[in-house]
Design a protein around this ligand. Structure first.
Ligand code: AMP
Length: 143
């Protein structure tokens, strides 16, 4: 998928936004939806997506960027609090060549503990439902 490719309304995050696919939601407001990554690179790996149909950071309308980033920060604070994290890794990929695999804009937020590494992007297995549900509850309680 090239950076300037048209938005595909059948991408998995578009389906999640429309309620056609389930997700482990941790937060929602007027501009974003946040849910757990089911192939987490670390416990608590959370994705924040804008509600507008934007393929990547370059195609999000500029006036939507500020409100979206406010929501990303809000989710990051809750994730940090829920995991009492020593640090947070926040990242975002654009285009297949940039490492993006789902072509609806999203920021990754991963809580980090001192001395604990991350699994590689695209190399993590599916987390257990039990772990994900416990993490979801902890993050929801941290808002
Ligand atoms: P990226 O490679 O930056 O486009 O990231 C896409 C992310 O979406 C990856 O970290 C995947 O593990 C994650 N992912 C894919 N399908 C789902 C899904 N159904 N629910 C939650 N996360 C997903």
């Amino acid at each position: 998928m090239h950076l300037s490719s048209a938005y595909d309304p059948q991408n998995i995050f578009a389906k999640i936004l429309r309620g056609e696919m389930p997700c482990l939601k941790v937060y929602e407001d007027a501009v974003c939806l946040a849910f757990l990554d089911i192939f987490p690179q670390g416990p608590g790996h959370t994705l924040v997506i804008p509600k507008v149909a934007a393929t990547n950071l370059l195609t999000l309308p500029a006036d939507a960027l500020g409100p979206y980033m406010v929501s990303v920060q809000k989710v990051a604070k809750a994730v940090q609090k829920a995991f009492e994290a020593d640090g947070l890794t926040v990242f975002q990929f654009n285009g297949a060549a940039g490492g993006q695999t789902v072509f609806h804009l999203h920021f990754h937020i991963i809580p980090r503990q001192e001395g604990v590494g991350l699994k590689g992007h695209g190399q993590a297995g599916k987390a257990s439902e039990e772990d994900l549900i416990a993490q979801q509850a902890a993050i929801i309680a941290a808002f």
